[in-house]
Design a binder for this molecule. Sequence first.
Ligand code: 8YV
Length: 329
Amino acid sequence: MAEPRPPPRVWVSQPLFDDVIARLEEYFEVVSTSDVAEYTPEQISAALSDASGALVTLNERIGAEQIVAAPQLRAVANVGVGYNNLDIPALSAAGITATNTPDVLTETTADFGFALLMATARRITEAERWLREGHWRQWSFQTMLGADLHGGTLGILGMGRIGRGIAKRASGFDMRVLYHNRSRLPEAIEREARAAYVGFDDLLARADHLLLVLPYSKQSHHLIGAKALAGMKPTATLVNIARGGIVDEDALAEALAGGKLAAAGLDVFEGEPAINPRLLALRNVVLTPHIASGSLATRRAMVSLAVDNLIAALGVGPNAGKPPNPISA
Ligand code: 8YV
């Protein structure tokens, strides 16, 4: 009698939620790690060399070099909606299904975008730092004056699901919402989001607060650079919850230091976790460690969806062959 075939192997790159990951064990041999790991490209190739599937986070880049080293790889499930860590054309060309986790993080990420906007415009973390450092000697009328959200104009660059979630919150604050997107949304959605479409330059010029929620790509690399920043109001705030590479951080630091922009709230950074020292030296920036989707419930939902995607993409389970969130090249 022939030996039973061993189950396919899947690689889980980071410690996620053990009880959620355990669902993979019904179908696969799971290779995982109990420590947060930082991998070199070679280590990722080695981890994928005998894997049929992988469940990865934004930390793990998978491109041509890894694909060549992974002859059995058939599916990569990304935990996250953004997938600029994956070379989608290369994966598609090799017949490897890639998936992401949209929807489940929309509201949590929109909550955070709004929280970061409020913290930035109203100087909340700067004020707390100042207080903790013992500078508060007497109540003064002019302490930490910030910018209002209510009644102001919110610019949203990138009007996908998260952008629309932010627009929904802004209407509760009586804000005027303008947006710019690769393509204009249908009128019914604009009406529902109470958002008006404007050109890119117009968005920059009119926004009292500008929120970046667009995907990172070659086209959006350093889209917010010196020229774009010069087109914004010097009283404006900029918030980035998308990807660090969309902003030219040196140009941003220059604008913030030179009074060309009031403040910035940044959850994402070009070289994260390394932070541009020019940004660290400024008082008018709020810096957070890429936590926009980081509520416990949402992070669990993201991992669970990635598990569903991986099981289905590897042709087993209730949705065999039909992963809920395939990414097309
Ligand atoms: C994730 C994110 O935490 O979804 C995204 O695109 O940036 C975050 O929500 C991250 O992708 C984890 O891999």
